[in-house]
Design a protein around this ligand. Structure first.
Ligand SMILES: NC(=O)c1ccc[n+]([C@@H]2O[C@H](COP(=O)([O-])OP(=O)(O)OC[C@H]3O[C@@H](n4cnc5c(N)ncnc54)[C@H](OP(=O)(O)O)[C@@H]3O)[C@@H](O)[C@H]2O)c1
Length: 253
């Protein structure tokens, strides 16, 4: 196994479950010290235990990305503890859907914007401020194939929030590459986490549905999404700036 991130500090938001946990574990396996963030401490401690059992090093810092003060404190704590912050993965997000636009509850719309969009903005601002003052870094935002790449009915709020994450990633990349901060996005399709289960659906039901719906015939594994994130954060992607890498089994092809 190569160790592309030895000596590097990596911050992952939403690291207590799903894609974020897989990303954190993958960075640790390649030598990084990892800062695990999310709102709840218990799931983050589980991720820390997984990393520790494999001989890796991780710090848990709770933060709500919709709160700018929380996010500034998170970046400060990461830099204090490990000396600096080299890579950040802005993965925390929520899904709300199931109603046509006219019936979209106002509180769902607001939560999607506050967490998925303003949350990523808060993270980018705090991370870029640190990185440009400390020799640069790389940031990967986790968007979605829904929004900029693909539209389906009854998820207008989520689609809009993720289209914004894709646009924000490209805009930030252009504004800050000359500061030494390299910014990209990964846009997963249906992946092997609870977020891609339809209401009342089991994992076996999802397998059957994806066999019909997906060009590839299955969901992406969280390890496959993590591999794309690690590539974009690595020196192999040194000239990749403002890309939005779709990992969705061909759904948006
Ligand atoms: N799974 C898919 O099929 C899929 C497809 C496309 C895109 N994505 C995107 O991939 C990312 C990860 O999703 P996932 O599937 O791994 O879902 P997940 O297991 O629900 O993970 C989301 C994580 O975000 C954290 N989070 C939510 N709100 C937060 C907040 N306000 N502040 C800080 N952390 C918060 C959650 O932890 P706490 O609740 O403890 O804070 C949770 O650990 C999301 O951005 C999602 O939109 C997923």
């Amino acid at each position: 196994m190569s160790a592309r991130f030895t000596g590097r500090t990596v911050l992952v938001t939403g690291a207590g479950s799903g894609i974020g946990r897989a990303v954190a574990v993958a960075f640790a396996a390649e030598g990084a010290s990892v800062v695990l963030s999310g709102r709840g401490a218990a799931p983050l401690e589980e991720t820390r235990a997984l990393i520790g059992a494999a001989g890796g090093d991780a710090l848990v810092v709770t933060a709500d990305v919709s709160r700018a003060d929380d996010v500034r404190a998170l970046v400060r704590r990461a830099a204090e503890h490990f000396g600096r912050l080299d890579v950040a993965v802005n993965n925390a997000g929520i899904f709300r859907g199931g109603a046509p636009l006219a019936d979209l509850p106002a509180e769902d719309w607001q939560a999607l914007l506050d967490i998925n969009v303003t949350g990523v903005l808060h993270c980018l601002q705090a991370q870029i401020a640190h990185m440009r003052a400390n020799g640069g870094g790389a940031i990967v935002n986790v968007s979605s194939n829904l929004g900029a790449h693909l539209r389906i009915p009854n998820v207008a709020g989520y689609l809009t929030s993720k289209a914004a994450v894709s646009a924000l990633s490209r805009a930030a990349a252009l504004d800050h590459i000359r500061d030494g901060v390299r910014i990209n996005a990964v846009s997963p399709g249906a992946s092997d986490t609870t977020m891609s289960l339809h209401p009342g659906e089991s994992a076996a039901d999802r397998t059957a549905r994806m066999k019909e719906q997906s060009p590839l015939g299955r969901v992406s594994s969280t390890a496959e999404v993590a591999a794309a994130v690690l590539y974009l954060a690595s020196p192999d992607a040194a000239s990749v700036v403002g890309a939005d890498l779709v990992v969705d089994g061909g759904a948006a092809a």
